[in-house]
Write a protein that binds this ligand. Structure first.
Ligand SMILES: NC(=O)c1ccc[n+]([C@@H]2O[C@H](COP(=O)([O-])OP(=O)(O)OC[C@H]3O[C@@H](n4cnc5c(N)ncnc54)[C@H](OP(=O)(O)O)[C@@H]3O)[C@@H](O)[C@H]2O)c1
Length: 312
């Protein structure tokens, strides 16, 4: 997809991979508000139709893994944001470092995207990763995210900013809304890894940080943790969600062995809510002391969640 140079005179062009997802939908709206012309590729245009009401948005059906597609998409762009990520993968094959879905979405795609940006003279790439990403992290998910960060940074002359958010909450999230939904169905909530420590961050704050990063002078944009102002134990958070929903529910935290067993059993369900690799991710430190960037004051769960938490 080659663009006319005349288009570029009107406004800055931003390509957002993963722009149809939870964070992506908020980011796309924010970018349009800030005057960007935004292109969002999707595998299924039908499912993302709601985005097309935005005035300066172009939604294109494309397979970003197919040869030549990224090169066409980045041509003429001033900046690119990559939000593509997957929570689950089949386990790694013998000799492979990561499961196939992690390798494809978290490592190969950022590598190919950065190379395409370098080739097209795009100056800025924002790569979404996850808190705790590290080459020696306990899970394939987190190790593959670290490999993707390194791959994105491997292209000379491309300014890359990597963001590592904790779990993100906000309207239509699959985190607080999941617990709120379960609390409407079940009298007892069983929580795996109840002592996992998390620092949930509001999607609106994540979006502001990403958009601010795009405005910074180019150069190495660094690696930036994005965490909210409060540290929560997972079981305390589930109890808090129940209270916000005004539902008295028994919340039972499983001991470690049973947490692993629950993750193992859930792995065999379609669209699992948890896998053994997720269990291992929850073993990594889920908090950070790093200040929130660009002078943004991140908000607490109580500040926003009561307004949008699943009403089921
Ligand atoms: N949400 C959180 O709590 C959280 C926390 C830490 C990090 N992150 C990271 O932030 C990013 C965005 O998260 P999110 O919650 O918005 O994710 P999401 O709702 O699952 O959206 C992911 C997006 O990526 C695209 N996508 C997924 N798999 C793909 C694949 N194999 N090939 C091409 N495109 C694919 C999907 O687009 P189509 O289906 O339209 O093609 C979708 O728009 C991800 O990298 C995620 O890992 C999220």
């Amino acid at each position: 997809m080659t663009r006319k140079t005349g288009d570029r005179l009107n406004s800055r062009r931003l390509l957002i991979l993963g722009g149809t997802g939870f964070i992506g939908r908020h980011l796309v709206a924010g970018a349009v508000r800030r005057g960007w012309k935004v292109t969002v590729p999707t595998r299924r245009r039908e499912r993302a139709k709601a985005l097309t009401v935005l005035p300066t948005l172009e939604l294109v059906e494309a397979d970003v893994h197919a040869p030549g597609v990224l090169e066409g998409l980045v041509a003429g762009c001033d900046a690119v944001v990559n939000l593509v990520g997957v929570l689950h993968s089949r386990p790694a094959a013998p000799g492979a470092a990561y499961g196939p879905a992690y390798a494809r979405a978290h490592v190969d795609l950022p590598a190919r995207l950065a190379a395409a940006c370098g080739g097209a003279g795009v100056r800025r790439l924002v790569q979404m990763s996850a808190l705790g990403a590290a080459a020696d992290a306990p899970s394939e998910y987190l190790r593959s995210r670290a490999a993707g960060e390194a791959a994105a940074r491997a292209v000379k002359g491309l300014a890359v900013t990597v963001f590592r958010p904790s779990v993100v909450f906000g309207p239509e999230d699959r985190f607080l809304n999941l617990f709120a939904g379960l609390s409407s169905l079940l009298p007892v909530l069983v929580v795996a890894c109840p002592d996992a420590r998390l620092q949930p961050v509001y999607v609106g704050d994540v979006v502001e940080a990403l958009l601010d990063a795009l405005e910074q002078p180019t150069g190495n944009g660094g690696t930036i943790d994005l965490c909210g102002p409060e540290v929560w134990r997972l079981d305390a958070l589930v109890r808090r969600v129940c209270r916000m929903k005004r539902r008295w529910r028994l919340v039972i935290g499983l001991p470690d062995g049973l947490s692993w067993l629950m993750a193992f059993l859930l792995e065999f369900t379609p669209g699992p809510v948890m896998t053994r690799d997720n269990y291992r991710s929850l073993k990594a430190e889920g908090t950070s002391d790093a200040p929130f960037p660009y002078g943004i004051r991140p908000c607490r769960i109580e500040d926003t969640a009561p307004a949008w938490l699943d009403r089921g």
